[in-house]
Design a binder for this molecule. Structure first.
Ligand SMILES: C[S@@+](CC[C@H](N)C(=O)[O-])C[C@H]1O[C@@H](n2cnc3c(N)ncnc32)[C@H](O)[C@@H]1O
Length: 201
């Protein structure tokens, strides 16, 4: 298994991308796995703000807005093209930026919930602990991570997704959160997305 992956680099995500790239993400807002992620987010209610790391054109934030119309939305993504689309489609405070640089600019307890959907998979194992400490500092209530996860299972990771090791989020958050709720997603998985974890501090 290689130890470095193209998608761990912001340069890969910054583009350029195929012409259908934005439209495919926009269309994914209604895919069934997003409902499972919303159900996990509901476990952290009540919350007034959600910040998504790697929000792309906003398919996940759109799903959040549909279920919770009054919640304040924000996020970051390294793709300027995706963030421009997100801003155009959604009333949300989204910025172009690497999550590793964006998190330290956010105030302590500055948002209620930090959400990810298939983004921390592109953060290396060596960067993850720092990112999680920042998530713990910035999010007042907790976090929801929908990511390919290493659950100690016998899944053979498919190299086609090219995102390296599946992180062990349950273990990684054990010292940071009081309670963790894990929902394993039913197959067929969306590109290896096998679980969603809601953690309350
Ligand atoms: C697989 S897509 C998922 C997009 C979106 N979260 C969703 O639910 O469909 C991964 C996203 O993470 C972004 N991304 C990857 N690495 C990033 C980083 N270090 N900082 C910020 N965004 C990043 C990419 O630009 C891309 O939009």
């Amino acid at each position: 298994m290689p130890t470095t992956f193209p998608r761990h680099s912001s340069a890969f995500w910054a583009g350029p991308h195929p012409p259908t790239w934005i439209a495919e993400y926009v269309a994914s807002a209604a895919r069934p796995y997003r409902e499972d992620i919303l159900d996990a987010l509901a476990m952290l209610a009540p919350f007034a703000s959600v910040y998504e790391l790697g929000c792309h054109a906003g398919p996940m934030l759109t799903a959040v807005r549909t279920r919770w119309p009054d919640v304040t939305l924000a996020g970051c993504d390294v793709s300027a093209e995706a963030v421009a689309q997100c801003s155009a489609r959604l009333n949300a405070g989204v910025i172009v930026g690497d999550l590793r640089a964006a998190l330290p600019t956010l105030a302590t307890n500055g948002v209620d919930v930090i959400l990810t959907c298939y983004t921390l998979a592109y953060v290396s194992a060596s960067d993850l602990p720092t990112v999680l400490r920042e998530v713990r500092r910035v999010a007042r209530v907790g976090c929801v991570f929908a990511e390919p996860m290493d659950l100690g299972d016998d899944v053979v990771w498919d190299e086609q997704w090219d995102c390296g090791t599946r992180h062990k989020y349950l273990e990684a958050l054990a010292g940071l959160s009081k309670s963790r709720h894990l929902r394993t997603l039913r197959r067929p998985w969306h590109e290896g997305l096998n679980a969603v974890l809601a953690a309350r501090w």
